[in-house]
Design a binder for this molecule. Structure first.
Ligand SMILES: Nc1ncnc2c1ncn2[C@@H]1O[C@H](COP(=O)(O)OP(=O)(O)OP(=O)(O)O)[C@@H](O)[C@H]1O
Ligand SMILES: [Mg+2]
Length: 319
């Protein structure tokens, strides 16, 4: 058998993932509408966007399970159309929905998966034990998958994605549906992977997840990239330093927006609250009180990626 790596065309400083004008269509519907992405070695790169933004469609093209409809895509210096198996051998994939085998035990889910990569039995068993330890599932090694909690299943899927010692790990919504404690455990493990030099590519519609994990991210909406940068850069570019959230005890918040005009840089009216985008929250609140306005509740906070998304699209990330 020929060495799959022999087909790698080495290009100096080529990113691990390189997409230009990448398109995915389903019939006449365009799910991914000409995106440009470069992911560098060792980066934690995120696709942040609401439901239907095209995140999973992009991940499936990168994972070489869904052929691009148009544009350029190169992964690890190779072409997914031609070199799918060689690329897949060096990727780890954690799909949006866990697809663990319920007939197998926790450990067998890893050892069986390892066989797809031609990993010898003995090595597979040893690696499975190390990975179960890494995701803190050693005690459940012999149990079936079904009784595991959502967080445990997610950790097992992540462990499975690591069986072939991948250079890039694709994580499609790694913590959606998990409780806060389970999410933090997953974040902590992903952070360790990153420290080991593994390149992480993840999707999320949680702004806090993107802020915690991603060195750099793109904000996607309707199949397009609407912004790109580090979390800090995006907040600096598209939002103010602070945000004051006001709730008025009235059916509609909209009537108060005019009365707040001129306070801060921008006023955003949501169904249940009004957001004031300001540099100094305390000064803004003083101005609110000077106008004899008395909100039922007040929250002062720092700007987040949620504010960036709202500014760029006029919508909130999670409805
Ligand atoms: N196999 C398919 N056939 C037809 N349409 C599809 C298919 N897969 C995805 N779509 C559509 O493409 C759009 C983007 O879907 P995609 O799953 O990529 O979004 P997403 O950003 O991952 O959303 P979510 O946050 O809900 O997972 C959606 O409108 C979806 O309905
Ligand atoms: Mg998705």
């Amino acid at each position: 058998m020929s060495d799959p790596r022999a087909r790698v065309r080495i290009v100096a400083n080529e990113p691990l993932i390189h997409a230009r004008g990448l398109v995915k269509r389903f019939g006449s519907f365009t799910a991914v509408d000409g995106i440009d992405v470069d992911v560098q070695p060792g980066e934690a790169f995120g696709f942040l966007g609401p439901n239907g933004a095209g995140k999973s469609s992009t991940m499936r093209m990168v994972g070489c399970v869904s052929p691009p409809t148009g544009g350029t895509l190169r992964i690890l210096g190779m072409d997914p159309r031609r070199d799918g198996p060689a690329i897949r051998g060096r990727l780890g994939v954690c799909p949006q929905l866990d697809n663990l085998d319920p007939e197998l035990t926790v450990r067998e889910n890893l050892t069986t998966y390892a066989r797809y990569f031609g990993i010898p039995r003995k090595v597979a068993r040893q690696r499975a034990d190390e990975l179960l330890d890494f995701v803190q599932l050693s005690e459940r090694a012999g149990s079936k998958v079904e009784p595991l909690s959502g967080g445990m299943k997610r950790r097992l899927t992540i462990a499975r994605a690591l069986v072939n010692e991948p250079e890039i790990v694709l994580l499609d919504e790694p913590t959606t549906g998990l409780d806060p404690q389970a999410r933090h455990l997953v974040w902590e493990r992903l952070f360790r992977l990153k420290q080991q030099g593994v390149t992480l590519v993840l999707t999320t519609h949680y702004m806090d997840e993107a802020e915690q994990l991603c060195d750099r991210l793109v904000v996607m909406d309707g199949g397009k990239i609407v912004a790109e940068g580090s979390p800090r850069e995006l907040i600096d570019r598209y939002s103010t330093r602070e945000v004051v959230e006001l709730r008025f005890a009235a059916e509609s918040q909209a009537g108060f927006a005019d009365k707040l005009a001129g306070i801060g840089e921008r006023v955003e009216v949501l169904p249940d609250r009004i957001l004031l985008y300001v540099e100094d929250g305390d000064a803004a609140l003083a101005a609110v009180h000077e106008r004899a306005l008395t909100p039922a509740s007040v929250l002062e906070r720092r700007s987040s990626l949620e504010d960036v998304f709202l500014h760029l699209t006029g919508r909130t990330l999670v409805d």
